[in-house]
Design a protein around this ligand. Structure first.
Ligand SMILES: *[C@@H]1O[C@H](CO)[C@@H](O)[C@H](O)[C@H]1NC(C)=O
Length: 176
């Protein structure tokens, strides 16, 4: 590896660190404004979506839905498993729900609409304490990690940065 390429790789790495320390994100559940609904296929499932994303303490989840027809219930694991809507930890029904992920560990959400949870409208996200935890450790980084999940319109800076990081990653290491 030539010196120039080496130093550019170092720069890319520093930028990657900066990116990882950058401000908390707002993550739109399901990746689009129509994301909180009964999944029509397995690949559309919210947990499949969540598995392709990284959540760290300080990030917020954002749900968009018709407040007349749906809601978001934060529940414990048991109620998540059983789709039990009777005693949620929190209930949100304003149609534009934002929940800050304020601790590490799992968060469980189900739809409050009758029968929706049973049909798969449920979500578990596992929140990491720090984005540093996986930097450079993942043996096969996927593009998703660097593009990040879809972010709310307010965070355009973050997605720009994400694009930059993808370019830098490709340049510095020549791989995805
Ligand atoms: C749902 O949860 C409530 C309160 O925890 C409990 O009393 C009830 O039996 C549960 N219902 C089912 C169907 O599990």
């Amino acid at each position: 590896m030539s010196m120039a390429v080496f130093s550019r790789a170092i720069s890319a790495f520093v930028l990657l660190l900066l990116y990882n320390f950058s401000e908390a994100r707002e993550i739109l559940v399901g990746g689009n404004a129509d994301g909180w609904k009964i999944p029509s296929t397995q690949s559309e499932s919210l947990n499949q979506w969540a598995g392709n994303s990284r959540f760290v303490v300080g990030d917020s989840l954002v749900w968009k839905y018709d407040s007349g027809k749906d809601s978001v219930l934060q529940v414990n694991k048991e109620d998540y498993m059983n789709c039990n809507t009777s005693k949620p930890i929190e209930e949100y029904k304003d149609g534009n729900t934002k929940v800050k992920l304020d601790r590490s560990g799992p968060f469980y959400f189900i739809s409050g609409a009758e029968g929706h949870c049973d049909k798969g409208q449920k979500l578990v996200v596992v929140v990491l304490s720090s984005r540093r935890g996986y930097t450079g450790i993942s043996p096969t980084p996927s593009p998703v990690e660097f593009e990040g999940p879809a972010v709310a319109p307010t965070s355009s800076g973050t997605s720009l940065q994400g694009g930059l990081m993808v370019a830098l990653w490709v340049f510095a290491f020549g791989i995805f």
